[in-house]
Design a protein around this ligand. Structure first.
Ligand SMILES: Cc1cc2nc3c(=O)[nH]c(=O)nc-3n(C[C@H](O)[C@H](O)[C@H](O)COP(=O)(O)O)c2cc1C
Length: 150
């Protein structure tokens, strides 16, 4: 069994790609050493992340992440024990979709995310919540619209 968790948060004003790269470096080092996998989305000042691995390690890591000064309003959306990982082999996949969006690939990307959020093959609730939030963020809807900046 694997423990899976997803949350969203708001990056501090003026966060730079340097900050993000530092986060990714730390994450990849720690996560690969502790068999943690997952995916981090950064778009319009919001983060959405999915983490999976040993329950105690994931929960301790999340406590750490929650206290990180590079973001605020950390909102835990879902957590559960699952049969299989969604990001097996990814110490931390990263997607910053601005380019795809300006490239006219927006519709394709949103379509794919929509499929992933609904797909019966998506193995569990937490990963559906993750994909649903990514899709909502990228289409500037709901929670992400009301607080969207840029
Ligand atoms: C949005 C976001 C996502 C993060 N994801 C991870 C992660 O997956 N793995 C990790 O080790 N640190 C991650 N961090 C960094 C942790 O918050 C923290 O800096 C790291 O655990 C090192 O903590 P320490 O300096 O107390 O040792 C993330 C930080 C932010 C802001």
């Amino acid at each position: 069994m694997t423990f899976q968790l997803t949350y969203r948060s708001e990056a501090i004003e003026g966060i730079s790609m340097e900050h993000i790269n530092t986060i990714l470096q730390t994450s990849r080092k720690f996560n690969s050493a502790h068999n943690i996998t997952g995916c981090l989305i950064f778009y319009k000042g919001f983060f959405v992340q999915l983490l999976e691995g040993n329950e105690e390690i994931v929960k301790a890591l999340f406590d750490n992440i929650e206290g990180d000064k590079r973001h605020n309003n950390v909102d835990l959306l879902s957590q559960e024990q699952v049969e299989q990982r969604v990001f097996d082999g990814w110490d931390m996949a990263f997607l910053n979709p601005s380019e795809e969006v300006t490239n006219g690939k927006r519709e394709a990307l949103l379509g794919t995310l929509d499929e992933l959020a609904k797909d019966e093959k998506t193995p569990n609730f937490t990963s559906k919540v993750f994909w649903y939030n990514v899709e909502t963020l990228l289409s500037d809807r709901g929670f992400y619209q009301s607080r969207s900046r840029e």
